[in-house]
Design a protein around this ligand. Structure first.
Ligand code: ASP
Length: 319
């Protein structure tokens, strides 16, 4: 099966970069059809280009990561927004976060049920609430005050997700998204032409997760982090382990305090620290110079990158 594309974009003078993911896990060529793979690649490409266009026009990294993640949230194959998985009560509880490396401002929501684009609500929390993280009913009350419209359960309903939940209930298991093990969270990181970094992550969490469970995605420093001094990171993987390893902030600290490169810091955390505690997953990262890293210790990760040097890549598997 043809592995995804590598092609060239127009070269720009001020450096900018974007990387996105649609989740990591056991993504095997043997369980993928050509048609499904093309759909995933299309979803990744649309999101990548939504963010890229903003960066190319001189827009902010914050707008770029928000636009890319909203595009992924609207795409039903990824476990976020429209495609969010069912929890143990047959409901959707979504988490999201966004962070701006320029001033370390951050916003997040957890356990929201009827918000079409949780990452947008996270941004509004960041800009208008005076807080960093709002959860559940309170987050939805705030959304109503801010003029958000709500989607009903039918918008988030999807036969495949329902079947996955029923299977998980029958087995009594809590399943990380998709067949076998796949973590379907979505995320984006970007460096803009003004030198500012941003990161955003959004997820439906784990199929059949306990009501009220919150993963790493909305926890600033665990699943999402951005700091102009170092890097911007968005994670996907087994949230409990990513929280315990404080993954995103740890990478930033290795760069800031030990002077490691983005790649060196990512490699230590993803291939050593996480592996030692059984933390399966990966992340996308960009540093202040626009270098990108997309490491994962699982079989595959839906991922894509593009930058002002004209590189563009969309990939799913290891090779
Ligand atoms: N990290 C997410 C969580 O634990 C799951 C994922 O990446 O799919 O909620």
């Amino acid at each position: 099966m043809a592995e995804a594309s590598r092609c060239s974009l127009e070269k720009m003078s001020n450096k900018f970069s974007i990387a996105i993911h649609g989740g990591a896990g056991t993504i095997l060529r043997s369980s993928m059809t050509a048609e499904l793979q093309a759909q995933y690649e299309q979803g990744l490409n649309d999101a990548l280009m939504a963010g890229y266009a903003i960066l190319q026009q001189g827009g902010s990294s914050l707008d770029a990561v928000e636009a890319a993640v909203m595009s992924l949230e609207d795409f039903p194959l990824f476990n976020a927004g429209r495609g969010a998985v069912f929890n143990s009560e047959g409901k959707h509880e979504m988490d999201a976060a966004i962070m701006y490396g320029k001033d370390l401002s951050a916003g997040a929501v957890s356990g929201v049920r009827s918000i079409k684009n949780p990452v947008h609500l996270a941004r509004v929390v960041m800009e208008r609430s005076g807080h960093v993280l709002l959860s559940g009913e309170g987050a939805e009350k705030f959304a109503a005050q801010q003029g958000f419209t709500f989607e009903d359960a039918a918008y988030f309903y999807n036969d495949t997700r329902y079947r996955q939940w029923q299977e998980a209930v029958a087995e009594g298991s809590v399943v990380l998204d998709h067949t076998e093990k796949k973590f379907g969270t979505v995320g984006a990181v970007a460096l803009d032409q003004h030198g500012n970094l941003a990161a955003a992550t959004s997820t439906g969490g784990m199929t059949n997760k306990k009501f009220g469970r919150v993963g790493d995605s909305p926890v600033i420093g665990s699943g999402t982090y951005a700091n102009n001094k170092t890097c911007a990171i968005s994670c996907t993987g087994h949230g409990e382990l990513f929280m315990r390893a404080v993954v995103a902030h740890d990478i930033s600290c290795l760069m800031e305090y030990k002077g490691l490169s983005l790649k060196e810091a990512c490699d230590i955390v993803v291939y050593d620290k996480l592996v030692k505690i059984g933390g399966e997953g990966g992340l996308v990262a960009v540093d202040a110079k626009g270098n990108i890293a997309m490491p994962f210790n699982s079989e595959g990760m839906y991922r894509a990158m593009a930058d002002s040097d004209g590189s563009k890549e969309i990939k799913i598997y290891k090779d």
